[in-house]
Design a protein. Sequence first.
Length: 350
Amino acid sequence: MKKRTLLKTLAAAALVTTGIVGHVAPSFAQEVTLRMHQFLPPQANVPKYVLQPWADKVEEESDGRIKVELYGAMSLGGTPPQLIDQAGDGAVDIVWTLPGYSPGRFPRAEVFELPFMMSNAEAGSKAYWDLFESDMKDQDFKDFKILGAWMHGPGVIHAKGDGVHKLEDMQGLKLRGPTRVINNLLSETGATPIGMPVPAIPEALSKNVIDGTVIPYEVTTALKIPELVETHTEFSGDKALYTAVFVLAMNKAKYDSLPDDLKKVIDDNSGAEFSAFAGRTMQEYDKPGRAASEAANNEIVILDEAEVARWKEAAQPVIDNWIAEMNDKGIDGADLYERAQALMEKYTNE
């Protein structure tokens, strides 16, 4: 009997020690693995200088309780336009993508892609985050936990052959565009827009499916664009031809499942400051991209003020039509456009 009593006592002690019975033992640290999926190769600038540093900080500040696994170049399957749904349905935990890869689904974010809207990516990303918080968070993106919202630096036209020196040179050019709004811009200026995600550009250029593309210099080195085109057309003045916007989106249920202290780690590394950093970083890497184009002995065309004014006039219908489309959706398009412009000016002039 004594032996049986001793065994019972030891068993009870073991249960208490492991925390199965009672609340005597300290709880063990929770381990969380977050899988992040995106469309560029890992060595490209955004994965290397924005996403990886974010992951490193989250891991460090969680004392290793959060592990972030980065998967580039769509290595977990699917296509770039499917990324947002992969985050939405929990196939992955976090994605970096363009809202514009889902035409019409995130209409309010399109305001920043309208022509001649942005001056620099850091100021623009601050404006974007502000408008996200006030207008998009509980509307367009209500089904996601958005960790960052930013934009790239000035959009540039990269083309084969003689390229674009004036508005008339756009006539008949087959140009890749990233989103609905930017494709509308290309169409209004005379080009034939062909929508496709970034990773498809090199093959499309090499096979003459397209005559050129609009992208920032930042990503041209990863795509080897300087080797595939001969000309790069920039715009003088304080406004870029266009920019495209991005989100770092997390599965909402996954975020909600985290304990409060780990939610705080995610929150501390997300939001306005992170978005501004991401936009600034993207534009900083325009410089080596442009330098690579110069090193390839490509022609860099800079349109003067008078020529840019002609482009602005040609592009105005894109803005007018977008405002009308928003109004049809029950969104005050003119008000959204004006507030986006005001936020851009505010942060540009800080």
